[in-house]
Ligand binder design. Structure first.
Ligand code: SF4
Ligand code: SF4
Ligand SMILES: [Zn+2]
Length: 456
């Protein structure tokens, strides 16, 4: 008799119960990818890792060397207990996350920050953390997400964004949208940040019953009002959708269409729900949403307007980030992969989460592409999708045109104690800046370290 699975490779994982580092097999079974772990104390554990074996195998083609960065800790106990960053970490900060408050004007049961009551960090501390993050990246950081809690209710939020803009190339405000919907003067102030700034708007559904279930209150009107206000002042938006089985997994297509139809919405980021924070392990994970599951659902729900092959793993973290671009044509939006083989350029993209076609197109410089790529060839290929005199326009006009005519769909899947595999952990490129000036990968922070910092 044969086993009912194929043993693909070997990794380290964590025990679901005791969080000890334990060995795990990555196996293929029933057309899916699983982790088969064994803890001496808590026995065998089987956890779903991905829904698509083909994608899982092929993603490695896009893998490339990580970017060296400064470290703050030493290797002592082994990953993930040395964060961070320790010298074992294999990727620099494509994104830094700064939690400026743990107060929130909502109390979601999916909140990994366990936010609600709490306090704000003061401006001096925040500046120190921003300086530190930028310093770790040779003086200027790539992306800073200002988060919380709900960062928009911090009394000094405008000053904080102002300061962050000086130290980072790109700043995002991660918000539930309530203040944006209710306080137009605030939106007006935000509109002063032209360029290098966007709203990262939590947007899970078009149904109030979904919001009531996962966020504890009706929110559809608030979300729409927030988008309306941001459009009025021309502030770019990325919608962020936390996706969960049988809650909102059927709404992907609708949210993508809404994004495409709404001028200020420049993209959607989809995050399969991770099992940390208030969302702990009592739920059925046997059919949890995975990155490749999202890709398949998008194919289904956009009626093949976007297909599986349009997605590529992002080279900075091929394990847990995938993306595609759509481009506006006479016949509506089309995935760029349909027009040209963009995938052939991906191996040459620098280690950055903010790989932006608009940057490559508008600047015509190799700020995005490493020396091994030929940016001119890239531009030539993409020129067929822009107006003929495009390259003669000034930078602002080009930039505006490209950002209004491209749409980015990205999928980010985080590492929790159940789907932990060591490579995904060590490649994670979104790092929280802590008050004691460390950088801790988002996933390990939520799995292990948050309780240490939360009330301090
Ligand atoms: S997650 Fe990264 S920083 Fe943390 S212990 Fe592992 S390698 Fe080190
Ligand atoms: S998920 Fe966001 S909006 Fe909800 S409680 Fe947490 S911080 Fe607040
Ligand atoms: Zn155990």
């Amino acid at each position: 008799m044969d086993r009912d699975f194929v043993y693909y490779e070997f990794t380290n994982s964590l025990c679901n119960e005791c969080l000890k580092v334990i060995p795990a097999k990555i196996i293929f079974r029933d057309n899916k990818v699983y982790l088969l772990k064994y803890c001496q104390k808590h026995g065998e554990q089987l956890e779903l890792l991905e829904h698509d074996i083909e994608y899982f195998k092929n993603k490695r083609i896009y893998d490339k060397a990580g970017t060296i960065t400064k470290t703050q800790t030493e290797v002592k106990k082994g990953c993930p207990y040395d964060c961070g960053l320790c010298p074992n970490h294999d990727q620099h900060s494509c994104i830094n996350i700064l939690e400026i408050t743990n107060r929130c004007n909502m109390c979601c049961n999916t909140c990994y920050a366990n936010s609600g009551k709490g306090k704000d960090l003061d401006l001096k501390k925040i500046k120190e953390m921003i300086d530190f993050g930028a310093e770790c990246e040779n003086g200027r950081g790539e992306v800073l997400q200002i988060s919380g809690g709900e960062p928009s209710i911090h009394p000094e939020i405008i000053k904080i964004i102002q300061y962050a803009r000086e130290k980072y190339q790109y700043v995002m405000l991660n918000t539930n949208g309530i203040r944006i919907a209710e306080d137009e003067d605030f939106v007006k102030e935000l509109s002063e940040f032209k360029g290098g700034f966007e709203i990262y708007l939590q947007f899970d559904s078009f149904k109030d019953e979904v919001y009531e279930k996962i966020r504890g209150r009706k929110l559809v009107d608030i979300k729409k009002k927030a988008v309306h206000n941001l459009e009025k002042y021309n502030i770019p938006i990325t919608l962020v959708m936390t996706i969960e089985r049988d809650i909102n997994d059927k709404e992907l297509g609708k949210i993508i269409s809404y994004g495409l139809e709404t001028k200020c919405i420049r993209g959607v980021n989809i995050q399969p729900v991770a099992y940390f924070g208030r969302k702990n392990g009592n739920l059925d994970r046997s059919n949890r949403v995975t990155l490749t599951n999202v890709i398949n659902l998008i194919e289904e729900q956009t009626k093949k307007m976007i297909i599986k092959e349009d997605f590529a793993p992002l080279p900075c973290n091929v394990e847990r980030v995938a993306l595609t671009y759509l481009y506006n044509t006479k016949n509506g939006f089309l995935p760029i992969t349909r027009l040209d083989n963009i995938k052939k350029y991906l191996p040459y993209v620098n280690n950055t989460f903010t790989f932006k076609i608009e940057d490559a197109l508008t600047n015509g410089k190799d700020i995005i592409f490493g020396s091994c790529c030929n940016p001119l060839k890239f531009l030539k290929d993409f020129k067929k999708f822009v107006p003929r005199d495009f390259m003669k326009w000034d930078l602002e006009k080009r930039s505006k045109y490209v950002s209004e005519n491209t749409f980015r769909i990205s999928i980010t899947s985080f590492v929790d104690r159940y789907n932990f595999d060591i490579k995904s952990m060590q490649k994670e490129c979104a790092h929280i800046i802590t008050t004691d000036l460390k950088r801790i990968p988002f996933s390990s922070y939520n799995m292990i370290y948050r309780s240490k910092y939360h009330d301090s």
